[in-house]
Design a protein around this ligand. Sequence first.
Ligand code: COA
Length: 332
Amino acid sequence: MSAKLLRPVAIAGTGKYLPEKVLTNADLQRMVETTDEWIVERTGIKERRIAAPDEATSDLAIKAGRDALENAGIKAEDLDLIIVATVTPDMAFPATACFVQKALGAPKATCLDVSAACSGFLYGLELARQSIASGSAEKALVIGADKLSAIIDWTDRNTCILFGDGAGAAVLTPAGEGTGEILSAYSGSNGNLDEILHVPGGGSRHPLTAENIGSKANTMKMSGREVYRHAVQTMISAAKEAIARAGLTSDDIECFIPHQANLRIIETIADKLDLPMERFFVNLESYGNTSAAAVAIALDEAQRSGRIKRGDHILMVVFGGGLTWASSVVRW
Ligand code: COA
């Protein structure tokens, strides 16, 4: 997907929320046959956050959204658009974005969810950018939020060690004097590879019934090695595409913010792009893979910690079930 813009668009502020409860590798060692050593060596993850039983995805999204609005200095009532990227909506409908609207008080906003798994935040960011660029919206809130703990099989060591819960958000406005600008975006999908990462049950294909609930069809199934291979290939080509569309080279990018799935995936990408790891922002050791939230949380931490400064070029690149992928270059 690519298009000419009628006016430039900026990220005016970012935010995040992580649930309080920490689940460490030592905790997982007591739940499945694994070790802290194996998890750290194969993934880089040390701990992740888990939402409380009464905390739904919208509860995470609302807190991240509020944080981003405050950071941007924008009022919820001025929002024209709220997009929540999630594969763990509160319920089939209303959209999780409608619950965010209700809690924040944003009566003017059109509210919708985007389902693109771990790529959802960048899909949402580009939809919001196009809405603002075309003039159909002035101010948009994009949130990546997932409570993956609700769809994890906690007896499957292949998946349960990888994921965590969280939310990250960004507020978009037209670019102006003193703001940055989203310079490029690229995205793609490959529905032929649906089965390597999916939750087969719980939708209209295999609704949950008293008979099939025992088969755990409502939890994530993953072919780890295959996903790994596609993640590396796809994120490398998506990164190159977004950089080229921005008219830049990888040397111009001060900070790479990749999907936070596995440290080895990020190290391989750095190696293949011939870039030092210091140029990559990594926080997966603390949160694991938070799906649609991961790159949004990382963006917020990178900007608040001073890792990215006004005028820097940053590249975000993501990959997820679908398969889906996306990338974007932003001048901060
Ligand atoms: N603890 C200990 N051993 C484990 C384990 C765990 N948590 N999970 C798997 N193993 C075992 C496997 O059973 C296998 O044993 P076997 O050789 O006896 O069959 C062995 O470790 C190696 O498994 P393998 O799948 O080859 O490991 P890997 O190095 O590929 O790492 C992943 C597994 C899942 C960490 C890795 O494939 C990965 O990160 N894939 C991408 C996942 C991802 O990012 N998904 C989300 C995308 S958005």
